[in-house]
Design a binder for this molecule. Structure first.
Ligand code: AMP
Length: 438
């Protein structure tokens, strides 16, 4: 299967080839022809599957066929949960549309509105936006959505998790009722299905990965270690292994800052990226990390969602996520587009319940070991790893893996290897049913 045979024009195929893509990914193969036919889409695909090109390329194809005279109205709107994801989607659109006469821009909060207003005034075919800033600018009369032909909700599950449901509905109310809708989500909770039911018309279902499997070629490893020894251990691993580009996840913003400072003190260049950082600081940190100036990027889940960091060799879970599905998203940062990668989780006794929840979700036991000199002290009792979250999310769709006090240790089951159990999201086939969680 080639990009051309999917129905894309030479101008787009050329741009894609210049990016180095030799063949479409699974989600691209399935989504592109349907979008070109004008169908609504309900797509199950995570970051790392090539989903962005899956919706962007056919949108470019459709829009490039019908150019308008005079000031360009916004004809395609792409809503995303985070600023970073929005910026990356625009970057991709610019690259894919290099040979086309189409204009695009991005708007998100946390930065000066004026440059965004100027860009919009010039007339834009494709707008990528986070919901809050979009509504703000609509209210100010800076832009109109009355000519939007195609709406994309990207990472819709995360948008709902972040409380954007009302904003999304407000945006949809501003769009023409006759339009094409594409919804991308990594999971299909009841809320997502409800949203899809409300605004998609006879959607085609496409799926890139079977539910919650983890990506092939990522070797996943658990190192058991006491909480107080996690920082010295991660510093030792990075130094001894001479790791040059490491993405580290913490559960809290405060934890990300603290760890990043400790890394810096020990001579490892590092930056933290989370929701309390200014947009400027986040962009700078990400750019420094991609360029290799920053060796360790410490991130929280929301900040990292959607980040496009190709060929990342090491992802470390300094703390396990309390939402098991976030583990799959985190480790999806490594081994992308077929590259090898290692995902390492530092697990203390407090996190046993989280680990069990993750293993249940990914349907495999993770290899677990200890490192000489950092052995677990068996007298340390488990505490709730996330006390401030108690009572939160209860009944909210069942995503939370409760933080508890049990001391379940390593399983006696023989661990199965990650590669033998899982499928590549990039190259493997998948079925056409959406994944279900509830
Ligand atoms: P996404 O899932 O959209 O975030 O894309 C993940 C990564 O895969 C990005 O770095 C893309 O540039 C890259 N990518 C997308 N499509 C292809 C393809 N067909 N072949 C190789 N790489 C791709």
């Amino acid at each position: 299967m080639s990009f051309k045979s999917l129905g894309l024009s030479d101008a787009i195929v050329k741009a894609v080839e210049e990016k180095g893509y030799t063949k479409p990914s699974v989600i691209q193969e399935k989504a592109i022809p349907e979008v070109l036919k004008g169908k609504d889409l309900l797509a199950s695909a995570q970051t790392g599957t090539g989903k962005t090109a899956g919706f962007t390329l056919p949108i470019l194809e459709i829009l490039s066929k019908n150019t308008t005279k005079g000031k360009r109205p916004i004809r395609a709107l792409i809503l995303t949960p985070t600023r970073e994801l929005a910026a990356q989607i625009l970057e991709n659109i610019k690259e894919y549309s290099i040979n086309l006469n189409l204009t695009s821009t991005v708007i998100f909060g946390g930065v000066n509105q004026n440059p965004q207003k100027r860009a919009l005034n010039a007339g834009i075919d494709i707008l990528v936006a986070t919901p809050g800033r979009l509504l703000d600018l609509v209210q100010q009369g800076v832009l109109s959505l009355s000519k939007v032909d195609i709406l994309v909700l990207d990472e819709a599950d995360r948008m709902l998790d972040m409380g954007f449901v009302r904003d999304i509905k407000k945006v949809i109310a501003l769009l023409p009722s006759k339009r094409q809708n594409l919804l991308f989500s990594a999971t299909f909770s009841r809320e997502i299905k409800q949203l899809a039911g409300e605004f998609l018309t006879n959607p085609v279902l496409v799926e890139a990965t079977p539910e919650n499997t983890t990506v092939e070629k990522i070797s996943q490893r658990v190192v058991r270690v006491d909480k107080v020894k996690k920082t010295p251990l991660i510093i030792k691993l990075i130094k001894d292994g001479d790791w040059s580009q490491v993405l580290v996840f913490t559960r809290t913003k405060h934890g990300a800052n603290r760890l990043s400072e400790k890394m810096a003190k020990s001579g490892i260049t590092s930056a933290a990226i989370h929701g309390n950082k200014t947009q400027g600081a986040r962009t700078k940190a990400l750019a420094g990390f991609k360029e290799g100036k920053i060796r360790v990027l410490v991130a929280t889940d929301i900040a990292a969602r959607g980040l496009d960091i190709p060929l990342l060799p090491h992802v470390v879970n300094y703390e396990l996520p309390n939402i098991a599905e976030d583990y799959v998203h985190r480790i999806g940062r490594t081994g992308r587009a077929g590259a090898n990668g290692e995902a390492l989780s530092l697990v203390c006794v407090d996190e046993n319940d989280y680990l069990r929840g993750i293993e249940r979700l990914i349907k495999m036991k993770l290899d677990s070991s200890m490192i000489d000199g950092y052995e677990v002290d068996p007298t340390i009792k488990a505490e709730d790893p996330n006390p401030q979250r108690k009572n939160q999310r209860s009944g909210g769709g069942g995503r939370n893996v409760r933080g508890g006090n049990s001391r379940g240790g390593n399983s006696s089951n023989k661990p199965r290897s990650a590669a033998s159990r899982s499928k590549s999201s990039f190259n493997s086939g998948g079925n056409t049913k959406p994944r279900r969680r509830d």
